[in-house]
Design a protein. Sequence first.
Length: 256
Amino acid sequence: MTGRERILKTLKGERVDRVPIWLGRAFSSDHGFNDFTEEFKYRDKKFIELRSHYYGRCEIFRQYSMPRCNRLLVTPPEYIHLTEKKQSKDHVNMHFEISTPKGRLTYIDQEQKNISTRWRLEYPVKNKRDIEKLLAIDFKVPSLVFDDYYELEKELGDKGVIVIRVESPMVTVSNTMPFQDFLMYIATDFEMIKELTEVAFERIKQLLQRALKKGIGPIFRIMGCEQATPPMNSPEIYNELVYPYEKKLIEMIHEA
C-alpha cells in the first residue's frame, strides 16, 4: 500500500496495512527550506540522519497554502508591498505597506534564526479608521493559477499527500490587529467583528470555489480557529465566529 493510499483510507475509516506515521511540520517537505529560519534542517547532522530514516519508513505530508488567502482580511496581494528588509545575525524584520483608497497602512513582521515561524511586531490596524481603509480595497478574484500545486503533486506521486491550508475567516480578522485589541472589540463591538468575519468568509469562499473547480484537494486544513477557544474566548464566541463559517467551507469541500 502506498503512503497516499494509506493516509486517504485512514481518513475515510477504511482498513489499512498499518497506521500512517507523520512526525510533524519539520518533516513535511524535503526541499525549499528557508535558509534563515530552517538552516538546521540541512546543517544539523543528527537531523539530516533522522530525516533520511524518516523518508524511507513514514508518510509524507506537504502543505500548500491557498493562493491569496492571507491573514490580512484576505487583502489582494497586489496591494501589499515589502518596503524594507532589515537583517541582523539572529533575526530579520520585514516592513510592509498596504495601499488603500483611503490611505496607506503599515506593518512589520519578524523571522528569527532557526525558528520556523513568523512574529508580527506591528499590525496594520491600529484603530477603527484603519479597518475602514482595509475595507475600501476592491476585492476581485482573478483567474487563479495552480501550476506550483500540480508540480508538487507530480513530484510527490504516491509517497504522500498535499494538505491545502485555508485560513479560518475569523483569524484573518484577528491578525490584522494586536490580539488584545481583537479581544476588546469582541467585548465592546462584537457586531463589527462579526461583520468583518462575514467579509472574510465571502472572500475565502470565492477562492475555495475556484480551487475546487481546478481539482485541488482532497485534504484541507482550516487554520487559526484556536484563537476563539478558551481561555481567550468562550464557547459561545466560537459558535458565533468560527463554527458557522467553517461548517459552510467544509460542506463546500465535501460536495466538490
